[in-house]
Design a binder for this molecule. Structure first.
Ligand code: FE2
Length: 289
């Protein structure tokens, strides 16, 4: 399929990328969403970067030199990295107070490096997902999805409220914002695509239970939304992302566009110099007075 042309003239041709969309017959009643491969046009959002907004497309590109040194250390991620990126989110969103989501998957690295064969064998033997294999960095998503529903956002808010380390201030509204950036220099073999939220209609989305890790633990079953294919969707990526560039996008916010479909995709013709993508994503509660 082809996808909608962006409103402005784009000097560079879009990438042709293959992503998964939920099968047209998908319904929330199904236990597992079946995905179908589609080829889409993905436009370089650098060409319209200054016009991007959280109120329009639902995503922006911020700049921030990350100071944390040991991004593989969970303790340092929580102590140094999370407050650093929370400040980026606060500035981008206009929120008065921003705290990280309090689940194990709130800050998550991903890599497109191929899984070792013994891990693949283990996954097929145990029917697990890579999220549950100790020492394995999760792989990029390959299907169009939006992580949150209002119900999930409220459930996760309760986890934040019940966490003794977090003091939730009085607020008028709250939202969940997601960040994404690379940890290695371009060129990459895989990156993030995001759809302009205004091009995604509610009927293009089907809710499903996204299980992250051990299902019974609080916060590990997330009511998410998978995207169904539509010619209307306008897809974007940012070419040659650097480590000081942070994509901030709406996960959930009743006052902003909530249909920011996104997915990883393999960059076509990335070339022999392309490195496996190594990225770090994070999720934050933003409280607005
Ligand atoms: Fe996601």
């Amino acid at each position: 399929m082809s996808t909608a042309t962006p409103p402005d003239g784009f000097p560079q041709a879009p990438l042709r990328a293959t992503i998964g969309y939920a099968a047209p017959t998908s319904s929330p009643a199904e236990k597992k969403i079946r995905y179908v491969a589609h080829t889409i046009d993905v436009h370089d959002a650098r060409q319209i970067r200054s016009g991007l907004s959280l109120d329009g497309e639902g995503f922006v590109l911020a700049e921030h030199e990350i100071r944390s040194a040991h991004l593989e250390d969970p303790a340092e991620l929580a102590r140094v990295y999370a407050p650093e990126i929370a400040e980026v989110v606060r500035e981008a969103t206009g929120a008065s107070y921003v705290v990280p989501q309090t689940t194990w998957w709130s800050i998550l690295p991903r890599t497109s490096e191929p899984l070792p064969t013994e891990v693949i064998a283990q996954l097929s033997r145990d029917g697990q997902t890579h999220y549950t294999v100790e020492g394995v960095t999760p792989r990029p998503a390959g299907n169009a999805h939006a992580d949150y529903t209002p119900h999930t956002a409220e459930e996760l808010l309760e986890l934040v409220r019940s966490d003794p380390r977090v003091a939730v201030p009085p607020f008028r509204r709250f939202g969940i914002y997601q960040t994404w950036h690379v940890l290695n220099d371009p060129p990459h073999d895989n990156t993030l695509a995001l759809a302009d939220s205004r091009s995604v209609h509610d009927e293009d989305l089907v809710t499903y239970d996204n299980i992250l890790g051990i299902p019974d633990e609080p916060g590990n079953t997330v009511r998410s939304r998978a995207g169904k294919a539509s010619e209307r969707h306008r897809w974007y990526y940012f070419s040659h992302l650097r480590t000081n560039e942070i994509i901030v996008f709406v996960g959930y916010d009743p006052a902003r566009p909530n249909n920011v479909l996104h997915t990883g995709f393999n960059i076509p013709d990335a070339g022999p110099a392309a490195r496996p993508r190594l990225s770090l994503e994070a999720r934050f509660f933003a409280f607005f007075e």
